[in-house]
Design a protein. Structure first.
Lengths: 495, 652
């Protein structure tokens, strides 16, 4: 079996094994081993990919495999990867593995929880390797649907409401995506093959009609303003690992889809409508940051922060140049990791203090030094401190966005850049209230220590934040080199 | 000549940062051993910086004396350079080590002060909670500051610029269970970050219009900025004028220029060695250094319009800070305002400078003052720390008559006070005199301001000198005693440097065009400035040497003015208003409300409609999630098939 299909097969196999495992402890071990293998497979894939590129492979996508599975409609199981997909796969593997460890202490329906979680992961892996729109959409749905169960069953607070809200909004978005995919299919010569579609010119009217649908459809999942409101409630109610995966990876499905499907396949419309959507992106960036300032619930803060950071991803994409795209993909990775760290830590804090209200906490750094230190450093990453991943991504995005020299772009770019100050305000506010200051509650003196699986889960996602921030060149090159076809596509119809 | 070894100047403190940060702060590792919990981390940090210091001295010797001036100029040498990240085929983000007169000078300043402060801190911080953490942060700061001064390009400078900012945040908030320290740290970071927003936008402008971040290319006469056409203009300034103005905003924030200065006095919440290193000698001069680094651009672009802004910002800052310093009670705050005022001097000197020969006097004077100020101001802070260590208070009213108990501290503090007041042969005299001369030649009004400030400086410095070491005799709960040797040795070393550094023929080494220049003391001006300094000292002596009612009478006489300066001209209150009433109450709160009620309300409205509809088909509700999921999936598949079928029919 080829390596890419392995990536889908390993989690499926893990789920199948889980069906036959009764013991709670065995469930965790099986999950960890399965996802650990998956992570190793992704790393192997990465090294093979880099070697192949060094050896001079020039195809847009490597390791492709094409199996038709529904001939009447020309639907294929068609997979392949480039540097962008590979970096998303790495992100997914890391976050999923961290999620497995962070959920170690779940005792309620453990097996079902892990099954749902890994099914979700399967969908994500499948999504990123698919080059056939229909297959891609199937995997997309596979990733989104377990979310309902995960929040509805293992969530907290108003979980049923949140699960329903999230599912309804995402399903509405799915409908838009589906329609646009069908539109691309019919106007693109009855194929779902993305490589083929990229070479056919879809009529302009069709592009104009389907681009906004596809972009908004994926944009909902990517928390594009004003379609972001599912995210605060959804995250607040979701269990820790689900928040991590959702904000860390699933939201990237949205931004990745907006890029790979909407912009790549409908380039002329993308060019025409970019200025409009850029406004939404910038509003999201600034608005999300201001929204985060007033929140008291840690998860709400992080959710609004995500809206802000994802706004920057869209800004990078809509800059319509290679630097901006590279920055956007870097930001997907960076935000995915950072937000996963945050949700992991919030889970650990909530598990101990039983509150997520920052005004009721204080001085936690003293009693939970590991959690506190990692929280502070990740906070710095979030506000774009050099030496951590956020800076790398944001600078690429800003430099990319600044390539558009007209006053309109300048004004909105500068507005987006100014969000870095607001970000500093809300990050330091939380750090100051929650971690620093005198210990507010004497009970906090004897909070349980951090368990090994929590530490491992946290570090798995935290260490890459630092590594990317210190030495970004290998990653930026990996992504940059793969932008070639997309840049070609988006610039070929330039007036 | 090979300067490749200079990379070790950074690697040493990086290693100590990692060692202390990863190992020293782990109770599991350090809890067992008395040694590991205590001093060993301080010595690791100190040892690493000592190594860097030696290497920096070797580098300075080799650069200034061995390499010399091969073609009449002091050359620009690269110790290292590599691509750190790429933005496009032509635009990369490099890291490296650039050695030229100002960066070599700064290497010496930073490592000298940092080493002495490390040494001092092993005594000052002994027994404190978080001893290892303190040294980890100090190492981090040292690395960042060194990276900043040797930056080969403006983006590298921004990189380390932000890192010194965060080290400053961490060290101001070192006593993190003290709410005032937390607030001060946050304020320092956010105010400077706001200023850095300008810096970043300036860099972005350069990224597009200049197409390079490289200092050497940027400032070269045939480079993209000075060589090309003036470029587009916007509201009266060229794009490069805007870029330089915005970059200066970053520099003004870091160097606590009015009106971005409000964080510096509060930053005194940090431990005193931190104030000496970061908030007096090194980090706060980064803004001055930035302007000096890009000086040819500031001088040329738009006919020097931005440079005039620099000069006036410096002048106003030095005056306001000196006025406020006269009436503060907390000795560290007096020193903070004094730092601000001296930074104003440096900025002003750059602002009135030209590029070549005697015209470039201001540039030389600014760097000279930066150099001498680093020594005597670090000395002042460390001396103040020694006093605070002894009497456990920052406030002048808790001190008095300490000369008997702390002779070393007393004498070294006196040296520093004389140096800052511009009394020969102490170093401050030489550098300040050059600044006054440069200002005198360019702008008489600025000269008058600075001349007055020189007198005020002498007054407020001797106000605290007499207040601490003379003044009213007190009985102390614990009899104060001189600090241990690790603390007094740095004081003595700095005192010696505060005397000697003034005698360095600075123009030989550091000038705007890197060509040696032989300066002369302008004696009429020098005598006038000595006179004003002496007057300031004498007034302070009359007021504060022995207890009397003159200070109170003066305060009464000046009434409102006294109150204004004591309350720091209410600038903090204005910021408070902007931050709380406008940012928080005016924007953030409405956004939060709007999002929950309007945007989400709309989405919920859709949900409500769905729900109402679903009540009509409520029989399907069984309450079983699994059934829902199946129905849901089934419905979705049906929908897909339906759409395929319909569109397929339509098109086929």
């Amino acid at each position: 079996m080829d390596l890419l299909s392995m990536l889908i097969f390993i989690p499926v196999l893990t789920v199948l094994v889980l069906f036959f495992v009764k013991d709670m402890r065995a469930v965790r071990v099986v999950s960890a081993v399965g996802i650990g293998l998956e992570a190793l497979a992704v790393i192997r894939l990465t090294s093979l990919y880099v070697q192949a590129r060094h050896a001079g492979a020039t195809a847009d996508f490597l390791f492709t495999r094409d199996v038709p599975w529904f001939r009447p409609l020309n639907i294929h199981y068609y997979v392949g990867v480039d540097g962008i997909a590979i970096s998303m796969l790495l992100l997914t593997a890391i976050v999923l593995l961290a999620g497995v460890f962070v959920s170690w202490s779940i005792e309620d329906l453990t097996r079902e929880f892990y099954i749902s979680l890994i099914v979700l992961g399967t969908g994500v892996f499948g999504f990123f390797v698919s080059l056939d729109l229909f297959t891609m959409f199937l995997f997309y749905e596979l990733a989104v649907i377990p979310m309902y169960l995960l929040i509805g069953i293992w969530g907290s607070g108003r979980k049923e409401f949140a699960a329903m809200k999230l599912t309804l909004m995402l399903m509405g978005a799915s409908a838009l995506i589906l329609v646009s995919i069908l539109g691309i299919y019919f106007y693109g010569g009855r194929t779902f093959n993305m490589e083929e579609l990229a070479t056919t010119r879809i009529p302009l009217d069709a592009q104009r009609f389907f681009f906004p649908m596809a972009f908004v459809g994926f944009g909902v999942l990517g928390a594009l303003f004003p379609f972001h409101t599912w995210s605060p409630d959804g995250h607040a109610s979701a269990p820790t690992a689900v928040s991590m995966l959702h904000a860390g990876v699933l939201m990237k499905l949205g931004t990745y889809g907006a890029f790979r499907v909407a912009m790549y396949l409908l380039p002329v419309a993308a060019r025409e409508m970019a200025p409009f959507f850029m406004v939404l992106a910038v509003i999201g960036t600034v608005y999300g940051a201001f929204g985060a300032i007033k929140q008291r619930d840690l998860k709400y803060i992080n959710a609004y922060s995500s809206v802000s950071h994802l706004g920057l991803i869209f800004l990078g994409l809509l800059a319509l140049n290679r630097t901006g795209y590279t920055g956007a993909v870097l930001q997907m990775i960076s935000h995915g990791l950072m937000t996963a760290v945050f949700f992991a830590l919030i889970g650990m804090i909530y598990g101990r203090t039983h509150t997520r209200d920052v005004t009721r906490m204080g001085g936690l750094l003293k009693v939970l030094p590991f959690i506190g230190a990692v929280y502070v450093i990740t906070g710095f990453a979030s506000l774009g401190l050099p030496g951590l991943s956020g800076f790398v991504a944001e600078m690429q995005i800003f430099v990319g966005a600044f390539r558009n020299a007209d006053m309109y772009h300048r004004v909105f770019t500068v507005l987006a850049v100014s969000a870095i100050v607001v970000t500093a305000v809300y990050i330091l506010r939380v750090v100051g209230m929650m971690l620093m200051g005198p210990l507010k509650d004497p009970h906090y003196q004897d909070l349980p220590r951090v368990y090994w699986y929590e530490r491992l889960g946290g570090l798995l996602v935290f260490i890459p934040v630092v590594l990317i921030g210190v030495a970004p060149l290998w990653l930026t090159n990996l992504i940059w080199d793969s932008m070639e076809p997309i840049v070609r596509q988006l610039s070929q119809y330039m007036q | 000549m090979d300067f490749g070894y200079t990379i070790w100047i950074f690697v040493l403190p990086i290693l100590s940062f990692l060692a202390i940060g990863l190992l020293g702060t782990r109770p599991a590792l350090t809890g067992r051993s008395e040694l590991l919990r205590g001093r060993v981390w301080g010595w690791i940090g100190t040892g690493a910086v000592f190594g860097s210091w030696l290497l920096a001295l070797v580098t300075a010797y080799r650069y200034f004396f061995v390499l010399g001036t091969p073609d009449g100029h002091r050359p620009v040498v690269f110790g290292a350079k590599w691509v750190w990240m790429r933005f496009s085929e032509h635009l990369s983000f490099d890291m490296g080590i650039l050695l030229d007169p100002i960066s070599v000078m700064m290497l010496v300043v930073v490592t000298t002060v940092s080493f002495l402060v490390h040494l001092y801190s092993t005594g000052y911080m002994a027994g404190e909670r978080g001893y290892a953490r303190f040294f980890a942060f100090l190492s981090l700061f040292t690395v960042s500051m060194l990276g900043l001064v040797v930056a080969t390009n403006i983006f590298q400078m921004y990189f380390f610029w932000e890192l010194v900012g965060v080290s400053s945040y961490l060290l101001i908030g070192f006593y993190y269970d003290k709410p005032s320290a937390v607030a001060a740290a946050k304020k320092a970071f956010i105010v400077t970050r706001f200023a850095d927003l300008g810096f970043l936008i300036g860099i972005l402008i350069l990224s597009y219009y200049a197409g390079t971040f490289d200092f050497q290319t940027l400032v070269s006469a045939g480079g993209p900025v000075l060589g090309g056409p003036a470029g587009r203009s916007f509201m009266g300034l060229s794009v490069f004028g805007w870029a330089l103005g915005l970059i200066f905003m970053g520099g003004a924030g870091k160097s606590a220029m009015f009106p971005l200065h409000i964080w510096l006095p509060d930053a005194m919440e940090g431990p005193t060695p931190v104030s000496a290193l970061i908030h007096a000698a090194t980090m706060v001069v980064a803004g001055v250094y930035l302007v000096a680094r890009l000086f040819p651009l500031y001088h040329e672009v738009d006919g020097g319009a931005i440079l005039r802004l620099v000069a006036w910002t410096g002048g106003i800052t030095s005056l306001i800070a000196a006025l406020i310093a006269m009436t503060q009670e907390d000795i560290k705050r007096v020193l903070a305002y004094s730092t601000m005022s001296q930074l104003g001097y440096m900025m002003l000197a750059l602002g009135v400078s030209g590029l070549h020969g005697h015209e470039g006097l201001g540039y030389m004077a600014s760097m000279f003052h930066l150099f001498t100020h680093a020594m005597f101001k670090a000395l002042l802070f460390l001396g103040a720390g020694s006093v605070i260590h002894a009497v456990h208070s920052n406030l002048m009213r808790d001190m008095g008559g300490l000369r008997k108990y702390m002779p070393v501290t007393h004498l070294t503090f006196l040296v520093a006070c004389l140096a800052i007041s511009g009394i020969p042969p102490f170093s401050g005299f030489f550098s300040k005199d050059e600044i006054l001369a440069a200002a005198f030649e360019r702008d008489k009004l600025l000269f008058v301001i600075e001349y007055a400030v020189a007198g005020i400086t002498a007054f407020y410095m001797f106000r605290i000198y007499f207040g601490i070491f003379w003044g009213r005799e007190r009985t102390y709960a614990h009899t104060p005693h001189e600090s241990p040797a690790v603390m007094t040795i740095p004081l003595v070393v700095l005192a010696i440097l505060s005397v000697l550094t003034g005698l360095v023929p600075f123009g030989e080494y550091v000038t705007a065009d890197r060509t040696p220049y032989h300066g002369h003391i302008n004696w009429p001006l020098a005598l006038a400035s000595i006179a004003v300094g002496v007057v300031g000292i004498l007034v302070a002596k009359r007021f504060y040497q022995r207890p009397n009612d003159l200070p109170a009478r003066a305060a009464e006489m000046w009434g409102r003015w006294y109150k204004w300066t004591r309350d720091k001209f209410y600038i903090d209150e204005i910021y408070q208003f902007v931050a709380h009433k406008i940012m928080f109450a005016g924007i953030a709160a409405p956004v939060a409300w709007f999002d929950r009620h309007v945007v989400d309300g709309f989405m919920r409205g859709l949900g409500w409609m769905t729900e109402t509809f679903s009540l009509l088909i409520a029989d399907l509700q069984s309450g079983r999630v699994r059934q829902y999921a199946f129905v849901f999936m089934g419905g979705l598949i049906a929908l897909v098939l339906l759409v395929l079928f319909v569109t397929g029919l339509l098109n086929g």
